[in-house]
Design a protein around this ligand. Structure first.
Ligand code: SAM
Length: 230
């Protein structure tokens, strides 16, 4: 359970160079967070698309986190071809992705400072069907306040699920929260987020399972609004 975990006291105490040694000294921090990353399919898919953006997966299960750590370590050593990064330097492959074992529902702001993220992913989150379990859902009014805090204005929340009831739940909560506005898939694709959306739909282990079972997928995306002046 949680108390067996060590949490950083604040994002400033985290030495990101341990996660991203190739970026040490760059001052970069994670910009994409994959909440409940599972086996890491999204991180692995997005890594080569955005070699200059640091990405962090958060996963609560010990063995699954370890699996993702090993997967990234293996990719780093076996991917001989450096990726051409947009900043004209070459970055070694998969150096920009890492994972932490953490309960994202409790300690998100310990990892990410205010407005530091440009994207938050909730891909096929656990549905917690029973009403008395709804408080365990990863989207709730309280948690949305934290997501709005760590996301920068303009940042995007991506949600996808094969459970229609959970889709409606996430949408309803996000629509009701004043700091988020709905953004259509079409709009995101027009703004160049198509490759991210394709990874959201197809790259994760859970998403692939849904495809094998001919299940449906429901996507809902939201943009973090500019903070209102008061
Ligand atoms: N996103 C992955 C995918 O699409 O393949 C995994 C989906 S899986 C159904 C949900 C994952 O969220 C599980 O790996 C679970 O351990 C993790 N999880 C559940 N609650 C969590 C929490 N509070 N903090 C971090 N991870 C959590």
């Amino acid at each position: 359970s949680d108390h067996a975990l060590d949490y950083p006291a604040s994002p400033h105490t985290i030495d990101w160079s341990e996660h991203y040694p190739a970026f040490s000294g760059s001052g970069k921090r994670p910009e994409f967070a994959d909440i409940g990353c599972g086996f890491g399919g999204l991180l692995v898919a997005l890594s080569p698309l955005f070699p200059d953006i640091l990405m962090l997966g958060m996963e609560i299960r010990v063995q699954v986190t370890q699996y993702v750590q090993d997967r990234i370590a293996a990719l780093r050593t076996t991917s001989a071809d450096p990726v051409q990064s947009t900043s004209s330097t070459t970055a070694a492959a998969y150096q920009n992705v890492s994972v932490v074992r953490a309960n994202a529902m409790k300690f998100l702001p310990n990892f990410f400072s205010k407005h530091s993220l440009s994207a938050l992913f909730f891909l096929f989150p656990d549905p917690h069907f029973k009403a008395r379990k709804h408080k365990a859902r990863i989207i709730s009014h309280t948690l949305l306040a934290e997501y709005a805090y760590v996301l920068r204005p303009g940042g995007i929340i991506y949600t996808i699920t094969d459970v229609h009831e959970l889709h409606e739940w996430m949408k309803t909560h996000l629509e009701a929260f004043p700091l988020f506005e709905s953004v259509t898939e079409h709009e995101l694709r027009q703004q160049g987020h198509g490759p991210v959306l394709d990874a959201v739909y197809h790259s994760t282990e859970e998403g692939k399972k849904v495809e094998r079972n001919d299940g449906e997928k429901w996507l809902a995306c939201f943009r973090r609004k500019e903070a209102s002046r008061t």
